[in-house]
Design a protein around this ligand. Structure first.
Ligand code: ZN
Length: 246
C-alpha cells in the first residue's frame, strides 16, 4: 500500500462528490483509493469526514482522513461499525460538505489574518467553528477590533483566490513567501503549491496544501475573538465566524 492517491481536492476544492476505486485496506481498516476528493489532515487543516456510497446504495461512514506511509497516500478511516469494501470496488465518495466548506472558509481566513498581521507564524489549527494562529509577536500593538476591520476589508473586496505551482529554486529565491517560522515546505518534491490571493497574487501568496474558497467574499463575516499571550514572545489569535461581539 504505497501507491500515490490522485488528490482531486488539490485541483478542485469544490468537488463534494467524486468516484474512486479501492486499491488497499490496512490492518486497521483504513482504505486507500486510486483517487479521492477527501482532504487528508495536514498543514493545520483537519481531514474530511463523510461517507462512501456502494453500488447497492449502502453507505460506509468515514470518520476521518489522514496521510499514509507517504504524504501522497490518503487513508480513509471507517467509522467503528462501518462495512468494509472489497479491493477493486468502485465507490462514490461524499464529503461532509457543510463541515468542509466551513473549514475552507476558516483556512482562507487564517491566510487573511497572516496578511493583516505580518509576523512569523509559530503554529496554526483550522477548525470548523474556531481557528487559531500563533504569531511570534512580542508587543501587543494589534487589537482584535483593528485586525477584524482589516480582515473584513479583504473579505468585502472579494479578491480571487487561486493556486499556482512553482519550483523549489523559485521558492529559495523568494524566502519571504514562507511565513511559518518552524514549518518549512517539503523539500525534495521539486514542486511547491502556492495559495495566492488577489489578482496576480497582489494580496498574498504562500506555500499551502490546503483547500480554500475561490474568492474572499465566501469567507463571510469573521472576527478575532481573542488574543492570548502564550509565552514571552508568542500571541495566539482566535478567529470566529460572525460579527465581533459588542
Ligand atoms: Zn494554508
Amino acid at each position: 500500500m504505497d501507491a500515490a492517491t490522485q488528490a482531486l481536492f488539490r485541483e478542485d476544492a469544490y468537488l463534494s462528490t467524486a468516484e474512486g476505486t479501492v486499491t488497499g485496506i490496512n490492518e486497521r481498516g483504513g482504505m486507500v483509493l486510486d483517487r479521492t476528493n477527501f482532504y487528508a489532515t495536514s498543514g493545520g487543516q483537519p481531514g474530511d469526514t463523510g461517507f462512501f456510497e456502494r453500488a447497492d446504495g449502502s453507505r460506509i461512514a468515514i470518520a476521518g482522513t489522514i496521510t499514509g506511509q507517504t504524504k501522497d497516500e490518503v487513508v480513509h478511516l471507517p467509522a467503528p461499525d462501518a462495512a468494509r469494501p472489497e479491493i477493486g470496488e468502485t465507490l462514490v465518495l461524499h464529503i461532509d460538505w457543510a463541515r468542509r466548506y466551513k473549514l475552507m472558509r476558516m483556512h482562507t481566513a487564517c491566510h487573511l489574518l497572516s496578511v493583516v498581521c505580518p509576523y512569523p507564524i509559530t503554529g496554526a489549527a483550522v477548525g470548523e467553528d474556531e481557528s487559531r494562529v500563533d504569531f511570534d509577536l512580542p508587543d501587543a500593538s494589534v487589537t482584535k477590533e483593528g485586525l477584524t476591520a482589516e480582515m473584513m476589508a479583504l473579505v468585502t473586496a472579494n479578491h480571487p483566490i487561486f493556486t499556482q505551482w512553482i519550483g523549489e529554486d523559485e521558492l529559495a529565491a523568494n524566502p519571504g513567501l514562507v511565513k511559518s517560522k518552524n514549518v518549512r515546505p517539503p523539500a525534495g518534491s521539486g514542486r511547491i503549491r502556492l495559495v495566492c490571493i488577489g489578482a496576480e497574487a497582489s494580496v498574498d501568496s504562500q506555500p499551502c496544501g490546503g483547500t480554500h474558497v475561490s474568492e474572499t467574499q465566501e469567507v463571510g463575516e469573521i472576527h478575532i475573538g481573542k488574543i492570548e499571550k502564550k509565552g514571552r514572545e508568542n500571541r495566539r489569535f482566535r478567529i470566529r465566524f460572525g460579527a465581533l461581539p459588542t
